[in-house]
Design a protein around this ligand. Structure first.
Ligand SMILES: C[S@@+](CC[C@H](N)C(=O)[O-])C[C@H]1O[C@@H](n2cnc3c(N)ncnc32)[C@H](O)[C@@H]1O
Length: 230
């Protein structure tokens, strides 16, 4: 992976995840904000992990690793690879997985760059609550879907979730926070993220796309990767 290809805007999307933020993330974001603001409880997303995790898994943007730590795996010793631009999240998630006896290979890099191929192909790839942090239009974010399709097994699945700006129901609170996080507090880059655009971008890289809206969140799973040149 070429670190030089990573733009300042991509780096900015991952920069907020300091050790201090990660120390309160599970409570403030996963317990409170997921339920009270976005109305997509962490238990709903953990169930999404549990029903899609494969034996060879790539997790992009793992954050604190709460989902990976609490998930149910199809086998006791899954092959686990982590990818993130922020070393703090890689360190925390690797340690949490080690507590469960799961060894993880950690790579520093962006979801928008071609993915590591030295680990072979993956049965599952997740990007949970990552795409709303990534800059660009769906055409630009969709580059990531093309890269993911190249490293997936034929019968693999790409799954995750992302907070959308339009095509989902926002309450006054979630609308206000979404504006705040795209403006004065730069946590999100989802001002242009709509439901149709997400579907179109996923369908360009995968033949089978399922999206379920839960609160302000699109919960997706995509199968049957389209190979480059096929
Ligand atoms: C909102 S957190 C989500 C963490 C976790 N997946 C969860 O659902 O709790 C976003 C994560 O994506 C990472 N991230 C942001 N932009 C990224 C990029 N361009 N490439 C890879 N990871 C990125 C952040 O560092 C962070 O770990």
């Amino acid at each position: 992976m070429s670190a030089s290809a990573v733009t300042q805007a991509e780096k900015a999307g991952a920069a907020p995840y300091s050790r201090a933020l990660l120390s309160v993330y599970d409570t403030v974001v996963l317990r409170w904000s997921n339920t009270l603001v976005w109305r997509c409880p962490r238990e709903r997303l953990l169930a999404h992990y549990n029903s899609h995790l494969g034996d060879r898994h790539l997790d992009v943007g793992p954050g604190t690793g709460w989902y990976l730590q609490n998930a149910t795996y199809p086998t006791p010793s899954p092959m686990m690879v982590l990818l993130d631009l922020n070393p703090n999240t890689l360190q925390m998630t690797t340690a949490r997985l080690a507590d469960r006896g799961i060894a993880a290979a950690a790579h520093t890099g962006s979801i928008l760059a071609p993915l590591p191929t030295d680990s072979g192909v993956f049965d599952s790839v997740a990007a949970n609550f990552v795409l709303h942090c990534v800059p660009g239009t769906w055409a630009e974010k969709g580059r990531a879907f093309g890269h993911i399709a190249q490293v997936m097994a034929d019968d693999g699945v790409f799954f995750g979730s992302t907070i959308l700006d339009t095509g989902v129901h926002h309450t006054p609170l979630s609308r206000a926070l979404n504006h705040l996080y795209n403006g004065p507090i730069k946590l999100f880059h989802n001002r242009d993220d709509d439901l149709d655009g997400l579907h179109t971008a996923l369908a360009a890289a995968f033949e089978g796309v399922e999206i379920t809206i839960v609160g302000s969140v699109a919960v997706f799973a995509a199968r049957r990767p389209r190979r480059l040149g096929s």
